[in-house]
Design a protein around this ligand. Structure first.
Ligand code: NZQ
Ligand code: ZN
Length: 387
């Protein structure tokens, strides 16, 4: 049964090869634009020049804030917040992947925050009560869904914590521009990591609850489309049809729609983020490395859903098999697919060594919405299985 909910998503999307043409009108009314980007990929692929030209042609003043690193840090957040405040910018334009979008949202609510934004938003999970600078995104990497949600993930290396806060509608980007062709220049490793991030977002919301709800059917459809298109894209990364379908699936996977009225898990992300806090590894690969040990561990507690997953997503034939056999076959199919895509399958490949396991367990937040609420020993067991 669906629970009560209010659904609204304020982000306006512009999708397709010509979507950048709408940037100028999307910025109507704003004059001082903080242009945020990462380590330089947009300079190499020409996007930077195109955007600067559009901004100049529409008479905008540009304040640049480049160098946002993958897994943006709290130090960078403090720096960017000062730039935004000192320059009195009236809009933040994020041009990049999830890291640049997440960072821009964090700056938008931190520039005028009284007190320490890390403590307020990422430790105490408070909502912003200060002036918020509006944000827009030109997305260059597919995976996080950050372009159409209120999520922002910030890493604090000193505290060995990587924490995400899903903020409300006032923090969602005002608009997002999605051109699949822009993602063609992504390195293969990042492209693949993004593919699994999408899959993980769907699974985090799918593997929770046993009620009959529309969202689970939508998610099975999203998963089938994702599996189909990613198999094509790894063979031919410039296949527009596949890459555009993947880009759209990524947005739907985490723009709040499929979570409406149902419970969700997110423990794989907590494990992955803890690994990320200790290794600074690529987000999607931290998820692929821990997913199968986690799902195999919780499978008995949510058996019926794992059977449904096997049949409806992986086309496992149930004839003459026990529920355990069907569910296990589904996970075996998933493992085969992950190998075919070329994902990282264990955390030792991300730099985790045995002596780091306890510390990673300490950094792992425990969620309550999945089929099994883990205790610390179970976290350690899953991390060991992931080595
Ligand atoms: O920094 P540049 O030079 O731009 O290079 C980036 C970066 O090195 C590169 N890249 C991006 N677009 C490119 C490109 N290179 C060539 N051509 C392009 N078109 O890719 C690298 C990774 O980029 P990044 O933004 O870090 O990747 P992603 O989009 O996966 O974002 C990861 C961050 O998002 C958080 C993660 O935890 C991580 O910090 N997440 C945010 C979520 C949300 N807001 O809802 C949910 C997710 O679960 C996730 O936790
Ligand atoms: Zn993710």
């Amino acid at each position: 049964m669906l629970g009560n909910f209010v659904y609204s998503n304020p982000t306006k999307l512009y999708f397709g090869k010509d979507s950048l043409d709408d940037l100028s009108s999307a910025l109507n009314g704003y004059t001082k634009i903080m242009l945020v980007y990462g380590g330089g990929s947009i300079k190499k692929n020409g996007l930077y020049d195109k955007i600067v030209k559009i901004l100049h042609d529409s008479g905008k003043e540009i304040i640049e804030d480049g160098g946002v690193m993958p897994n943006p840090t709290v130090e960078k957040l403090y720096e960017g917040s000062k730039i935004a405040r000192d320059n009195n910018v009236d809009f933040i334009l994020a041009v990049g992947g999830g890291s640049v979008c997440d960072y821009s949202k964090a700056v938008s609510i931190s520039a005028y925050c009284e007190g320490d934004p890390w403590d307020k938003y990422f430790i105490k999970f408070e909502e912003p009560d200060c002036k918020i600078i509006p944000v827009g995104c030109v997305l260059t990497m597919v995976g996080t869904g950050s372009e159409m949600n209120g999520g922002s993930v910030i890493t604090n290396h000193a505290q060995k914590l990587k924490i995400g806060h899903v903020f409300g509608e006032n923090v969602f980007p005002k608009f997002a521009i999605l051109n699949p062709e822009v993602t063609f220049s992504l390195p293969e490793y990042q492209m693949k990591a993004g593919f699994f991030d999408i899959m993980s977002h769907i699974l985090e919301q799918y593997f929770s609850g046993n009620d009959d709800n529309t969202s689970d059917y939508i998610m099975e459809g999203l998963l089938r489309s994702l599996i189909h298109s990613t198999k094509i894209a790894v063979k031919n990364p410039t296949d527009y049809e596949a890459r555009s379908n993947i880009m759209w699936t990524a947005t739907w996977a985490l723009n709040t729609l499929v979570a409406m009225g149902k419970s969700t898990d997110w423990e794989v992300h907590m494990l992955g983020q803890a690994v990320g806090a200790h290794t600074d590894a690529t987000h999607g690969m931290t998820l692929s490395a821990v997913s199968l040990p986690y799902y195999r561990y919780i499978m008995p507690y949510g058996l019926d859903k794992f059977v449904r997953y096997a049949e409806n997503v992986w086309d496992v034939d149930p004839t003459g098999k026990t529920k355990e056999q069907i569910a296990s076959e589904g996970l075996a199919e998933m493992e085969k697919y992950m190998g075919e895509i070329g994902l990282v399958m264990n955390i030792s490949d991300l730099g985790v060594t045995e002596d780091m396991i306890e510390g990673i367990a300490d950094s792992t937040l425990i969620m309550k919405g999945g089929y099994k609420v883990l205790d610390r020993d179970e976290v350690i067991k899953i991390l060991r299985e992931s080595m």
